[in-house]
Design a protein around this ligand. Structure first.
Ligand code: NAD
Ligand code: IPM
Ligand code: MN
Length: 348
C-alpha cells in the first residue's frame, strides 16, 4: 500500500527525534512492503526562519492533503517574542484541521517499571489513556488579550464541543475496562458545571461504563498515588495538558509519551506530548521513544497496520530491556545509537 505522510520536524530536539521516527518508518516500509511517501514541511520556529510564518500556507496544504501527519516538537527561546510564535502556529494547525480529540496513552510494562522515580510496585501495570479536548477551552476562548496592566483569558465551551470529546472517551472506555474518570473543577468553574452535567447525561447511553468524577486538584494527586486505578480519563484542554505531563513521571520520563489527535474527518496528527527540550537540543541525547511510539500510533490508528505497529513497539522495548537507555532514563545511549539498535532488530 501507498501512504502519504506530512512530516513536521520543528525545533530543538524535534529534528533529532523525527530523524529517528522516519528512519524506523522506512525500515518498517521495507520489511512489510509499504510505500510511505514522506514530505517534510517547515513548521514552528523553523517555519518562521524559513518563511516568516510558523505555519506557512504550503505546510497547511501539505498537512490537509496527507493521509497522516507526524509532528516532532516546536518552540524555543529564539521565537518567544515573535509576533506569531511557534505555539500560535501549533494551535492554528490543530484548530484548522479540527483535531479536537487528543489521545495520550500512559502505559508501564513490567520491564520498565523500575525506571520510574515512583515505587516500582505502585507503577507496575499502569495502563490508562488521557483523552484531552484539544480545540477549545482557555487556549481558544475570546476575549484573550494582555497589556502591561491587565490580562484576560476566557474558558469557553459549547455543549457540542464537550459532547463530542466525552462520547469519544466513552467509546474508548467500551473497548477497554469500561471505567471512565471525568476530571473537572465543577466546584468552581462554570464550564466544568456544564462539562459534568454533559458527562452524566451521556453516561445514561453507556450503562456498562462506570463513571466517576474527580476535581482536577485531587486527580493530580491520585494519578501519582495510585496510577493503576485509572483506565480512561477525559478532561478539558488545559487540565489534560498538565495531567499528561504529570503522568509521564509514572513512566520514568516525559520522553516516553506519544499522542494522536483526531478530527471528525481528515488526517490525524501524531506527536510526542513533550516540547522541543531546548536544554538538551543538539546533543544527540533526546529519548526518541515518544516519537517512535507516535509512529506506531499512526500505523495502527490511521493505517490499520497493526502487525507493523506491534513490530516497531516490540523492537523498541527490546532495546530498552537490553539496557540501552537515553540520559533522561539514567543511561548513556545516544538518540542515533538507540535508533540503530531498533533498526537492527527490525531488519533481523
Ligand atoms: P519540554 O517538554 O520541551 O521539556 C521539559 C523537560 O523534559 C526538559 O528538561 C527536557 O529536556 C525534557 N524532555 C522533553 N522531551 C524529552 C525527550 N524526548 N528526551 C529527553 N528529555 C526530554 O518543555 P519546556 O522546556 O517547558 O518547553 C520547551 C519548548 O517546547 C517551549 O517553547 C514550549 O512552548 C514548547 N513545547 C512544544 C510542544 C509541542 O511541540 N507539542 C509541547 C510542549 C512544549
Ligand atoms: C502540548 C504543548 C502545547 C499545548 C503548547 C506548546 C501549545 O504543551 O502539545 O502539550 O499546550 O497544547
Ligand atoms: Mn503540553
Amino acid at each position: 500500500m501507498n501512504y502519504t505522510i506530512a512530516a513536521l520536524p520543528g525545533d530543538g530536539i524535534g529534528p533529532e527525534i523525527m530523524e529517528s521516527g522516519l528512519t524506523l518508518l522506512e525500515t518498517i516500509g521495507k520489511k512489510f512492503q509499504h510505500e510511505f511517501n514522506v514530505t517534510v514541511y517547515p513548521f514552528g520556529g523553523a517555519g518562521i526562519d524559513e518563511t516568516g510564518d510558523p505555519l506557512p500556507p504550503q505546510t497547511i496544504k501539505g498537512c490537509s492533503e496527507a493521509d497522516a501527519i507526524l509532528l516532532a516538537a516546536i518552540g524555543g527561546p529564539k521565537w518567544e517574542k515573535a509576533e506569531k510564535t511557534p505555539e500560535d502556529g501549533l494551535l492554528q494547525l490543530r484548530k484548522t484541521l479540527g483535531l479536537f480529540s487528543n489521545i495520550r496513552p500512559i502505559a508501564v510494562s513490567d520491564s520498565i517499571a523500575h525506571l520510574s522515580p515512583l515505587k516500582t510496585e505502585r507503577v507496575k501495570g499502569t495502563d490508562f489513556i488521557v483523552v484531552r479536548e484539544l480545540t477549545g477551552g482557555l487556549y481558544f476562548g475570546q476575549p484573550k488579550h494582555w497589556n502591561d496592566e491587565e490580562a484576560t483569558d476566557t474558558l469557553f465551551y459549547k455543549k457540542s464541543e464537550i459532547d463530542r470529546i466525552v462520547r469519544q472517551a466513552f467509546d474508548i472506555a467500551m473497548t477497554r475496562s469500561k471505567k471512565l474518570t471525568s476530571v473537572d473543577k465543577a466546584n468552581v468553574l462554570a464550564s466544568s458545571k456544564l462539562w459534568r452535567k454533559t458527562v452524566n447525561e451521556i453516561a445514561t447511553e453507556y450503562p456498562e461504563v462506570t463513571v466517576d468524577h474527580l476535581y482536577v486538584d485531587a486527580a493530580s494527586m491520585k494519578i501519582i498515588q495510585n496510577p493503576t486505578a485509572f483506565d480512561v480519563i477525559v478532561t478539558e484542554n488545559m487540565f489534560g495538558d498538565i495531567l499528561s505531563d504529570e503522568a509521564s513521571v509514572i513512566t520514568g520520563s516525559l520522553g516516553m509519551l506519544p499522542s494522536g489527535s483526531h478530527a471528525v474527518s481528515g488526517p490525524s496528527l501524531y506527536e510526542p506530548i513533550h516540547g522541543s527540550a531546548p536544554d538538551i537540543a543538539g546533543k544527540n541525547s533526546a529519548n526518541p521513544m515518544s516519537m517512535i511510539l507516535s509512529v506506531a500510533m499512526m500505523l495502527r490508528q490511521s493505517f490499520q497496520l497493526h502487525e507493523e505497529a506491534d513490530a516497531l513497539e516490540k523492537a523498541a522495548s527490546e532495546v530498552m530491556d537490553a539496557g540501552f537507555l537515553t540520559a533522561d532514563l539514567g543511561g548513556t545511549t545516544t538518540t542515533t545509537a538507540f535508533t540503530e539498535q531498533v533498526k537492527a532488530i527490525l531488519e533481523k
